[in-house]
Design a protein around this ligand. Structure first.
Ligand SMILES: NC(=O)c1ccc[n+]([C@@H]2O[C@H](COP(=O)([O-])OP(=O)(O)OC[C@H]3O[C@@H](n4cnc5c(N)ncnc54)[C@H](O)[C@@H]3O)[C@@H](O)[C@H]2O)c1
Length: 315
């Protein structure tokens, strides 16, 4: 059976069901297309997101047709005791030995810059750190490797609300501007270089306002939502989507994302506008909010249900 022939998944047997967000709707499993019982998934990174995904794969994977085949973490001590010994991967260069169908990156954008293209030689790739694509060389390498090895690059939409609507509007030529503002307590950011020095003691400080391409290298771990917006709106892209980063001392346990977009001026002299405001509860000091964890589980399931076509796709 060829890889792009799809079959509906048989009904789940047994009494217990995965949580609602993990229940596939008329899932077409790639594993079946490959005459395999299970779709093999490797996870790179074992922090907040990685631990959540691994835990779900271990609990619900078999019911969903997914098998955890490795966990790769920089600090193996973090995985000790919580992951059965067999799936651990000591060295990312050995991932081919595990024969993954999908590798999920939830570690750091530099993993994508350094090894994303090599991963695509062996498997589809779900990128949890899309800020890596602000680097044009990385984007080009991923595209070339994706086409060469016939594997898909999926970008986790993460905390970006309305990404599909943005993409549809963009494709229809209806997007003139897109601006994403992320605000939280300074402890919730992982700022590096010049931005770290900007933080002051005033209640609200705009740390950066400018292109997403300019912001990503300055704070790769806090610009993923903006990078996802740039990917959702290719007509604007990293050079025309505007990112704003705000340190707000009142937001001790909340990440706030505002997405503002507008279309071109219409015949009446007015334009179409949308403004969404998303408040995501977060542990004080955490870089990843609670709702983001759920969004990543959906992305994982979502990309396992999509056709494995080469190219870069938001998921
Ligand atoms: N797309 C989004 O909206 C979104 C939202 C939240 C987080 N993220 C990104 O997802 C990634 C993971 O987030 P998190 O909250 O789990 O972070 P985290 O800091 O809790 O965990 C990251 C884990 O990756 C490991 N790691 C870091 N560099 C590594 C390397 N070179 N090799 C192997 N492991 C390495 C760390 O040891 C840590 O265990 C980050 O890059 C973060 O910026 C994206």
């Amino acid at each position: 059976m060829s890889k792009d022939q799809w079959l509906p998944r048989p009904p789940v047997e047994g009494t217990s069901q995965p949580p609602m967000e993990l229940r596939p709707q008329a899932t077409r499993f790639k594993a079946m297309a490959l005459d395999r019982a299970l779709w093999r998934v490797g996870v790179v990174g074992y922090g907040r997101l990685g631990q959540s995904l691994v835990s779900h794969l271990l609990t619900w994977g078999l019911k969903l047709g997914l098998e955890l085949v490795f966990v790769r973490n920089r600090d193996p001590g973090q995985t000790a005791g919580s992951v059965p010994p067999y799936p651990q991967l000591q060295n990312l260069t050995d991932l081919g030995e595990k024969h993954p169908d999908l590798v999920v990156e939830v570690a750091h954008p530099k993993i994508i810059c350094e090894t994303g293209a090599q991963i695509l030689r062996h498997a589809d790739l779900l990128v949890g750190s899309p800020s890596a694509l602000a680097d044009q060389a990385t984007e080009q390498q991923l595209l070339e490797a994706s086409r060469r090895w016939n594997h898909a690059v999926f970008m986790a939409r993460g905390t970006l609300w309305g990404s599909e609507d943005i993409t549809k509007l963009d494709a229809a030529g209806g997007l003139q501007s897109l601006r994403v503002t992320i605000a939280t307590h300074p402890d919730g950011f992982r700022l590096e270089g010049p931005l770290a020095a900007v933080q002051g003691s005033v209640p609200r400080t705009v740390l950066y306002e400018g292109t997403v391409r300019g912001l990503c290298p300055l704070t790769p771990r806090n610009s993923n939502t903006m990078a996802a917006a740039a990917l959702a709106a290719p007509s604007l892209g990293f050079d025309r989507v505007i990112g704003v980063l705000v340190a707000d001392l009142s937001l001790t346990d909340m990440h706030v994302v505002d997405v503002e977009l507008s279309g071109p001026l219409g015949p009446t002299g007015r334009s179409f506008t949308v403004h969404t405001h998303r408040g995501n509860p977060a542990e004080p000091g955490a870089v990843t909010g609670s709702a983001t964890v759920t969004a990543f589980r959906r992305s994982l399931l979502g990309c396992c249900q999509l056709p494995p076509r080469p190219g870069i796709h938001l998921c």
